[in-house]
Design a protein around this ligand. Structure first.
Ligand code: CA
Length: 227
């Protein structure tokens, strides 16, 4: 597991949070703590974790279920609930919040780390299946994601970093109309402060460089779609 694998621990009991943090750190993860729901949303937006451990009973306005809903509205990051009682599990399952797993307290930190690893392996496998290293766009355009190369009719085309990232993002979501905001969030990041026209400028560059072989359509009132 890479040292860069960020995990956010949302837990108001400092003893539990510190213990889980210690075990995750020992295994090479980079954990960050958040003791409230409000803080959790900030830390998740800031650190962009690979996984979130989420206590249900939290002080303040937002409990773990609220946090899960808010996070799910924007991201597919795996979430493991930390639940204190069986009735909490029933509640969580009944709500179909899209959590990936849950662990009941008291738990052994070793078990939590094992679950984290299992979920991340599963997430990697899914991403690997959904995202082939080489994407053929129609007959003539090939995007080699691993090498970050694009060719049109066999000839390599040089793209700027963001141009490539935008093309890749669209290529991985072929056939879907994506708004400029979705593209900004997906390619530039949700905290990027800028203008929708940034997307238009990069689309114009892609069209210019890749020509008519790239079927990058403007969807009026929405944004763009790669066919
Ligand atoms: Ca709690």
């Amino acid at each position: 597991m890479s040292e860069e694998t960020v995990v956010v621990i949302v837990e108001d009991d400092p003893n539990i949070a510190d213990l889980v943090e210690l075990y995750l750190r020992r295994d090479g993860f980079r954990p960050y703590q958040a003791p409230t729901g409000e803080r959790a949303l900030e830390v998740i937006a800031e650190r962009r974790p690979k996984l979130v451990l989420l206590d249900i009973g939290l002080p303040g306005e937002l409990d773990g279920i609220d946090v899960c809903r808010r996070v799910r509205a924007e991201s597919d990051v795996p979430i493991i609930f930390l639940t204190a009682r069986d009735d909490e599990i029933d509640r969580v399952l009944g709500l179909e919040l899209g959590a990936d797993d849950y662990v009941t307290k008291p738990f052994s930190p070793r078990e939590v780390v094992a679950r984290v690893k299992a979920i991340l392996r599963r997430a990697d496998a899914v991403n690997g299946r959904d995202r082939p290293p080489v994407i053929d766009l129609g007959e003539h355009v090939v995007v080699d994601v691993g090498r970050r190369e694009v060719s049109v009719r066999g000839t390599a085309v040089a793209l700027a970093t963001r141009e490539f990232d935008l093309l890749r993002h669209l290529a991985e979501r072929r056939g879907l109309a994506l708004s400029r905001r979705q593209l900004l969030d997906g390619v530039w990041g949700a905290d990027w402060v800028g203008d929708d026209r940034t997307v238009d400028v990069h689309v114009r560059q892609l069209r210019k460089k890749l020509g008519d072989d790239l079927r990058l359509e403007t969807v009026w009132g929405v944004g763009y779609r790669l066919d």
